[in-house]
Ligand binder design. Structure first.
Ligand code: MN
Length: 420
């Protein structure tokens, strides 16, 4: 597939995340003006509501939805397709009324970006075999690295929608109950093993009641974002058995501000890997359900330069978002429009492909040395972590923008009293 040209010059650059082939959806504001729905095109954001009456051939009542793009999601797949086609026509090279549309383009640099949709629920999975193997090896040894269920179901836990924040939001280091291997008793302490998880979030567009097939699940997905599932490893280690992560994952989950639609990613579908055990029929793929999306993690210390600490690809996952969504519904669990499903940390087979510091530094035992000479086992206050991701076509890329956050010191636990 090749670049589709736009009359917005910056959209035709090989380097932009947002060519006409992408058309990612976000929510922006300028100064103290109210929030608006925007479509990313090159270095610009199109104010969709401002051009709708004159340039779209149908009514879009959901454009005034204060939640973000939830209204379009709820309108269903036909509306998704119709809207994408109409916006694509308006921004394509040769559009006769481009001059009138151009008045409603804002520079990316002059707008503030907000959460692109209201997150109704959030579930997080654990679907990278390399990640599960690495973590399992650290905790249980290589022999028993993968839990016995792992090759049969995409395992996950129900997270919190309330702590999902947009890229650029500072993340305050959490306090919590921890107990080190040499401690006789637990203590209440500042997390010292605060970490990232490189993930992709799938957004459910069409709601469901009762079990759905993998095909139906794929059809119900609206789009994808980059996702950082911030994780306090010391809190997690003490609390996680037997019910799974709780406070260790509830400080914040950061998502990128642009929803990349399933339609934009369509040319980049790829197969899930060969199965060690054939999956039960309700979880089997019927066609390629993963995407070829290269991913990169950088770390920028407070007083140092940004440097790459990991690179991997979403195509290495064992389970697709469609399989995770189908599995989520098997018990009859209803899914809602605006449900967010985290893929689980995305790691690859090589050391440089690891999507968390837990793996990169092997539980803190092998700290990394930054260009400045500083070392890192886990995140320090002031560290900024940035994710980037893109599917790469012939002369263009379908990018996600950035997903980043800075860790902020938290010297005193707020509204918690304790004695030691
Ligand atoms: Mn996670």
């Amino acid at each position: 597939m090749t670049l589709r040209r736009s009359w917005v010059a910056s959209a035709n650059s090989e380097a932009t995340d947002f060519p006409l082939n992408n058309l990612a959806y976000g929510v922006f504001s300028q100064g103290s003006n109210p929030r608006r729905l925007g479509v990313a095109i090159g270095e610009k954001v199109l104010d969709v509501a401002a051009i709708a009456d004159e340039h779209l051939p149908f009514a879009c009542p959901w454009l005034s939805d204060q939640r973000g793009w939830n209204g379009l999601m709820e309108a269903g797949p036909e509306a998704w397709e119709q809207f994408r086609a109409a916006i694509s026509r308006v921004l394509a090279e040769g559009y006769s009324e481009a001059a009138s549309v151009a008045q409603h383009l804002y520079s990316m640099h002059e707008v503030e970006l907000h959460l692109p949709f209201a997150v109704t629920e959030y579930t997080d999975f654990y679907a990278s075999r390399d990640h599960a193997f690495n973590v399992g090896t650290m905790f249980r040894g290589a022999e028993n690295a993968l839990p016995p269920n792992w090759l049969h179901i995409p395992i996950g836990y129900n997270g919190r929608a309330s702590s999902v924040v947009v890229s650029g939001t500072d993340v305050v280091r959490p306090w919590g109950q921890v107990k080190g291997p040499d401690d006789a008793l637990p203590r209440f302490a500042l997390s010292r093993r605060f970490d990232i998880e490189l993930e992709i979030g799938a957004i459910v567009g069409t709601p469901s009641q009762g079990p759905i097939s993998v095909d139906q699940a794929d059809a119900n997905i609206f789009g994808y974002v980059l996702l950082n599932d911030w994780s306090a490893r010391d809190i997690q280690a003490w609390e996680y058995q037997p019910l799974g992560p709780f406070q260790s994952k509830a400080t914040a989950t950061t998502i990128s501000p642009w929803i990349v639609t399933k339609a934009a990613l369509e040319p980049f579908r790829c197969e899930t890997p060969e199965r060690e055990f054939e999956l039960l029929p309700h979880l089997r793929d019927t066609r390629p359900m993963l995407y070829d999306i290269t991913l990169q993690v950088t770390l920028s210390p407070n007083d140092g330069r940004e440097e790459v600490i990991a690179q991997t690809n979403y195509n290495t996952m064992y389970y697709s978002a469609a399989q995770q969504l189908a599995h989520h519904t098997t018990c009859g669990c209803p899914m809602r429009s605006g449900d967010l499903l985290g893929s689980g940390t995305i790691s690859g087979p090589e050391k440089q492909n690891r999507g968390s510091l837990l793996e990169i530094t092997w539980g803190g035992k092998e700290p990394i040395t930054l260009e400045s000479g500083q070392t890192r086992s886990f995140l320090e206050d002031g560290d900024r972590v940035t994710f980037r991701g893109a599917a790469k076509g012939d002369g263009f890329r379908i990018g996600f923008g950035i997903c980043d956050g800075t860790v902020i010191a938290n010297p005193q636990p707020v509204e918690v009293t304790y004695s030691d």
